[in-house]
Design a protein around this ligand. Structure first.
Ligand code: FE2
Length: 424
């Protein structure tokens, strides 16, 4: 038997056309051929981009996990007219007592664009498995949202993740988000595998498209955490207009709890959530031997206690395996460095974006491909217990309840653990 592991590649939309693809022997593909037309961005006067009414009303509200274990949430929002209050007022559904947390406000300039006032506030010491309401925009126009904290971290805790990447703000993006929201298997947290707004496709990286994306996605990002991975469309490196600081808009707008996992950079970090241990890596930060990311991962992987969090998930933007004509082998250098560790530490699944066509491999380690080709859509990773999880892929053209591809996962750690136990 060779060494087996599993790489799952998830991409949700795009404008690239499927052309002839050379498959490594052992692959499968569907007969589906993507439509030829380029996807069209929704115009700025679309309903989904509408600004909330009221003076200095908070907009682009989004949340993410704020600590290592799921008892904190980072709430972020933007005000346009003035800084306003950085305060978040929050209360649990069970106990109406109101709490106040103070955040920070930041701005940035990108060439000729001046950002609004970007707020980030970490709400900590929350109860597990509890619905909270929160209010932002104190002083002028307030808006109230809610979220539910995850169950306490533990081995047999079911939890459902949504998987979205390469979202952008086209008409297809809207379909993807709507289908995710309507999927009968309701995702509770989105694992976002990079490439957010695609503002960099516009002249001078028109950052108003970062704002419009924030307003578009708010209907979901304000209510459930999105776990962020940096993609190439987050780099915004534009020396021709004097913008030489990579990831400037992204890091100002999207915060992650990297310090909670002893990371020194927001581009790589880990969290625990329910029965999952999630490691986020950066395809666009140095990861060669001796680099900070390499050293962090080397120390991070041995820390994972599979008796506590059986599901070990890695997120990268660029897939380690890819049979598609675009972005072919872009993940190869990271694969060479990190795949031996993923095998050694029995990573269950690697989720990636970047390639705008759905592909899923069987559990492999640099040996063969078994490809299923799809198109725009989203996926669900539904953890049932410590040994089983169900992955399903939902293509936009099928509607939200149809499963175009699926796979049962048998937990890599517990599989070996139980095999070992039964052979004694
Ligand atoms: Fe990408």
């Amino acid at each position: 038997m060779g060494i087996h592991w599993c790489s799952v590649i998830v991409s949700v939309l795009g404008f690239l056309v499927l052309e002839s693809v050379l498959f490594v022997d052992g692959g499968l593909t569907s007969s589906f051929i993507r439509k030829v037309e380029k996807t069209i961005d929704m115009p700025l006067d679309s309903d989904v981009f509408r600004e909330p009414p009221g003076y200095n009303a908070p907009q682009q509200v989004h949340i993410t996990q704020g600590d290592h274990v799921g008892k904190a949430v980072i709430v972020s929002w933007v005000t346009m007219e003035e800084p306003g209050s950085t305060t978040v007022v929050y209360w649990s559904e069970n106990n109406k007592k109101k709490f106040i947390a103070k955040g920070i406000v930041t701005t940035y300039i990108f060439y000729n664009y001046i950002s609004g006032f970007i707020h980030h506030c970490n709400i900590s010491d929350l109860e597990y498995d509890t619905k909270y309401y929160y209010e932002v925009g104190i002083g002028h126009t307030t808006r109230t949202f809610w979220f539910t904290t995850p169950p306490k971290v533990g081995p047999d805790v079911p939890y459902t993740f949504g998987l979205i990447g390469d979202l952008g703000q086209s008409f297809d993006s809207n379909a993807t988000l709507t289908h995710y929201e309507m999927n009968p298997t309701q995702g509770k947290t989105v694992l976002f595998v990079g490439d957010i707004s695609y503002a960099d496709n516009y002249p001078d990286h028109d950052n108003t498209r970062w704002d419009s994306w924030g307003r578009f996605a708010e209907r979901n990002t304000a209510y459930q955490p999105w776990i962020w991975t940096a993609g190439n469309h987050e780099i915004d490196f534009a020396p021709e207009i004097g913008e030489t600081e990579p990831f400037k808009p992204y890091t100002h707008r999207y915060q992650v709890p990297f310090e909670a996992s002893q990371s020194t950079s927001p581009f790589w970090y880990s969290i625990k959530r329910a029965s999952a241990y999630i490691i986020v890596l950066s395809s666009y930060s140095a990861y060669g031997k001796y680099t900070p990311q390499y050293e962090w991962l080397e120390h991070e992987l041995p820390k994972v206690n599979r008796s506590e969090t059986p599901w070990l998930i890695v997120m990268t933007h660029s897939p380690l395996y890819n049979s598609y004509i675009y972005h072919y082998m872009e993940g190869e250098s990271m694969r060479v460095l990190f795949e031996p560790w993923f095998v050694k530490y029995k990573v269950d699944v690697v989720f990636s974006g970047h390639v705008h066509a759905y592909e899923r491999s069987e559990r492999i380690s640099n040996i063969e491909y078994d490809i299923v080709n799809g198109n725009y859509g989203h996926a669900i990773f539904d953890i049932k217990n410590k040994t089983h999880a169900y992955h399903s892929w939902h293509r936009n053209q099928d509607g939200y309840a149809v499963v175009a591809d699926s796979m049962w996962f048998y937990n890599r750690y517990w599989y070996h653990h139980e095999q070992h136990a039964s052979s004694k």
